[in-house]
Design a protein around this ligand. Sequence first.
Ligand code: XUL
Ligand code: CO
Length: 441
Amino acid sequence: MSEFFKNIGKIPYEGKGSDNPLAFKYYNPDEVIGGKTMREQLKFALSWWHTMGGDGTDMFGVGTADKTWGQADPASRAIAKVDAAFEIMTKLSIDYFCFHDRDLSPEYGSLAETNEQLDKVVDYIAGRMNEDATKKLLWGTAKCFDHPRYMHGAGTSPSADVFAYAAAQIKKAIEATVKLGGSGYVFWGGREGYETLLNTDMGLELDNMARLMTLAKDYGRSIGFTGDFYVEPKPKEPTKHQYDFDSATVIGFLNKYGLQNDFKLNIEANHATLAQHTFQHELRVARVNGMFASIDANQGDPLLGWDTDQFPTNVYDAALCMYEVLKAGGFTNGGLNFDSKARRGSYTPEDIFYSYIAGMDTFALGLRIADKLIADGRLDKFVADRYASWNTGIGADIISGKATLEDLERYALSKGEVTDSLTSGRQEQLESIMNNIMFNL
Ligand code: XUL
Ligand code: CO
């Protein structure tokens, strides 16, 4: 088996004083933070599509990076990609990976042939995993958005034939996920939405999306999939309006169709931005509804309105993200995958390593800060004090259901003006506590 990155060895942890660009400054895989090792807390995963296949092609130009892995023919390239991916994971101490079916192996002449070729790659990955038990599948998914047949959607296509084709593709992708012991299966519906309501039967499309998810869930359970199904919210791009708009919308959808016990959320940082929410907002909505599971870690560019999928370097956002993850009890089946790609101008093989080191160190810092925020306790105490009126008296009676509307009227009449019961929200003070903790690591 050939080595693809001969000039790069295993990336060591050298600590914050190091100036070695090929070393971690904050990610120390076996260091315990918040009761678990960093590798267990962060559960980093490599994404097959951007890392192994993304060559920098964009709307205005061809690829800049060579992602052929030395092979011209698609079947040999698919195998070489596996070897290169395992080398990257090993050198970066990444334990997990995730994929779209077509990133593992492309489409061939017919669905039968495509499936047959996919099986070969999945078997090869299974073999590599057998040799190295540290490598695990975080989640699999089906690419039901790139081929022309999916131009009007997959589960929400006006064509029942396209729905059936997508169902067949998803069935195969779930089988691959189960075969590789995956703990998650993702639905991201890039074309599940509409461009104009003038041509759209929204009610039927939403019912059909739920029908597809229900069929997938029932089949997955029938072949022994015990992990979580995920929906990954995104408001737009490529479609003008996507049905999985944000966490709140998806949770409403899952509850309406009775899917809430099998499905949870895979939250992506820049999808939150596109929905005009903060990353923390999306995570918090998922957490308080018991639906948080996994994360696609990237960031957008605040000056650009599209999904740039940049490697995350914003420590503030990463800290607030990891705060939500720790508050949710940490990852179980989910983890933190880099749905991120090096910029088009960062095109050399080493850039893959610099990008991952940047992203992993950012989240390592985020974890360290989040752990300190919780141990410090000032933020949590402030919030607990702010809501103290709900612990006793009329607040406790409202929560227990004892107080009627008449009781509340009597209470309000007897109290008079209640503005004095409020205290300052102290936003600036809390933001400075956050800075204090961030820079006192
Ligand atoms: C697209 C996106 C997808 C999903 C998997 O914006 O995030 O790559 O993560 O389908
Ligand atoms: Co994503």
